[in-house]
Design a protein around this ligand. Structure first.
Ligand code: ZN
Length: 236
């Protein structure tokens, strides 16, 4: 998991158009999110997907795997989905909020589901919230102290460790995030292990030839800097 930056002023049009506004108002009026196709469709509009895909460099917000678009009835391990950081089932007024939408793989999305534990006071809808409906996350983080890490707010690079590709952390909130999305699942551990193995082999090869490993380290650094690469946290 790596921090990404999102411009909260650059809100996709579909999140502020009349149709979405109508759905948002209905959810607020009824104090619940409506689990219906015409409500789901409003946060799945093309411009929203394109913006998220670009911000997240076509990778999952949590596991950092490359993901691609699929139809809703053909979702697999590498399918992209739009994830609500604060679950829309509970935080119904945030179903169409720009800072609550993440680009996420189908697996991480399914694993996270509606799990969202907090350490402080739960916020509920209040009149006037609509004024800043696309940029409440920062304020809500302070009030609720969620255990789940928000990839647009926090960098957890220093808190992660990778033992043979197996992701782990001593930090309770990072641990919660790992467990919640199951970021230590076998398929991910194996992929990360392959990257480590390849690097190890390159070092051994250089050593055998009595060559400097300086260039290898430089390559590794460049691989970390290239935002399009998978598993940047591991490379870091
Ligand atoms: Zn994922």
């Amino acid at each position: 998991m790596i921090k990404v930056s999102k411009n909260l002023e650059d809100i996709p049009n579909s999140l502020i158009d009349r149709k979405t506004e109508t759905r948002r108002n209905t959810c607020i009026r009824d104090n619940k999110y409506h689990q219906k196709k015409d409500f789901h469709q409003r946060y799945k509009q093309r411009d929203i997907k394109e913006s998220l895909q670009s911000i997240y460099n076509k990778k999952c917000a949590f596991c950092e795997q490359k993901i691609t678009e699929c139809t809703d009835n053909n979702l697999g391990e590498y399918s992209s989905t739009i994830e609500h950081y604060r679950p829309k089932s509970k935080y119904y007024w945030l179903a169409y909020s720009w800072d609550n939408l993440l680009w996420c793989c189908h697996r991480c999305n399914q694993n996270k589901s509606n799990n969202f534990e907090i350490l402080a006071n739960e916020v509920s809808y209040e009149e006037g919230f609509k004024d800043n409906i696309h940029s409440y996350t920062q304020k809500y983080q302070e009030l609720e102290e969620p255990k789940m890490i928000h990839p647009e707010i926090e960098s957890i690079l220093e808190k992660l460790s990778f033992d043979n590709g197996i992701i782990a952390s001593k930090d309770e909130r990072v641990k919660y995030t790992i467990n919640n999305c199951e970021l230590d699942r076998d398929s991910l551990n194996e992929k990360r292990q392959t990257i480590i193995d390849d690097f190890r082999e390159s070092i051994i090869d250089k050593k055998l030839k009595n060559e400097s490993i300086k260039l290898l380290l430089k390559t590794l650094l460049n691989e970390f800097k290239n935002k399009n690469n998978e598993f940047l946290a591991l490379r870091y």
